[in-house]
Design a protein. Structure first.
Lengths: 135, 135
DNA sequence: CCGCATCCTTAGCGATACTG
DNA sequence: CAGTATCGCTAAGGATGCGG
C-alpha cells in the first residue's frame, strides 16, 4: 500500500507542472494532445479496438504518414497499445490503454463541442467579416 | 418562442456536422481549437478579463505574432470579445463571450489532464524508448 | 495489409523593426 | 501599450514508391 494514492500523486503533479511555463514538460504534452489527428484517433477508438485500415477509412483525409506518426506518438506516450497479429497479411490492432481512456472523454467533448456549436461559430464569422469588410 | 430550443438546434447540428469527414466545417473548427495557444489563452481568461500585456506575460514564450493571431481568430469565431479603451496609451481588454465560456471548461480540463498525468506519460516514454533502444 | 523512406512544397512561426 | 509588416528559417505534411 503506497503512502500516497494515485489521485494524490496526480494532485502533486498538477501543482508541480504548469503549462503556462514555456519550458515545462506539460507544455509540450499539451502541444502533442492539442492536435486534430490525436483527437480523431482517440475518439475513433472510443467504441473499442480498431485495425489500422479501419482508422484510415474512418478518419477521412488522413495520410498514411500522419496516421502512423500519430499512432506511434500516442503509443509512446502510453495512451494506446499496438498489437500485431503475425498472419499473412499481417493484422494490427490499436486500443486505448487505461491512461488513454482517462483522456478520451475530455477529447471527445471537444470534438462534440465543435460539431454542435458550428452554426454559432459560422454566424460569428459572418458578423465579423461583414463588419470589417462592408465594401 | 422558437419552435426549437437552442439545445435542440445544437443536437441537430451535431447530427449534421461530423469532424470525421475531411470536408466538414467542423473538421476545420476542430483544427482551430486543437491548438496550444488557444488552450492557454482561453484558460488564462477563465478568471476574468485580461489585458493584452497580461496575457503576454501569463503565457510564457508566446510571440506577439502568435498571441495577436490567436486572439483575432478567437474573436472572429465569437469566443472572446476585444474592447479598446481609447486612453493614452491605449488599453485593450479581452474577455470570454458566453459561447467561449461553454468551451473554456472543456479546454481547461485538457490542460489540467496534461499537468496531472505528466508523470505517467513520462514513464511510458521511458519504457517505450528503452524497449526499442536497449543497447 | 501495414507500414517505412524519400522527395518536395507549403505554411507555421520566431525575430526584428516600425507605427498610432 | 498594443499592435502591424516583413523576412527568413524550419518543420509539418502530402505524394510516391518500396519492403516484410
Amino acid at each position: 500500500m503506497p503512502t500516497r494514492t494515485a489521485a494524490q500523486l496526480r494532485e502533486e503533479a498538477a501543482r508541480e507542472y504548469d503549462a503556462f511555463l514555456a519550458t515545462c514538460p506539460a507544455r509540450q504534452l499539451l502541444d502533442r494532445i492539442s492536435d486534430k489527428w490525436v483527437t480523431l484517433v482517440l475518439t475513433a477508438l472510443a467504441d473499442g479496438p480498431q485495425r489500422y485500415s479501419d482508422l484510415s477509412r474512418r478518419i477521412a483525409g488522413v495520410s498514411q504518414k500522419m496516421l502512423t506518426q500519430t499512432l506511434r506518438s500516442l503509443e509512446r506516450d502510453g495512451l494506446l497499445t499496438r498489437s500485431v497479429t503475425p498472419s499473412v497479411p499481417v493484422r494490427v490492432d490499436y486500443d486505448l490503454t487505461p491512461l488513454g481512456r482517462t483522456l478520451m472523454p475530455l477529447i471527445s467533448a471537444i470534438k462534440s463541442w465543435a460539431e454542435s456549436h458550428m452554426p454559432e461559430v459560422a454566424a460569428a464569422r459572418t458578423t465579423y467579416d461583414t463588419a470589417s469588410t462592408p465594401a
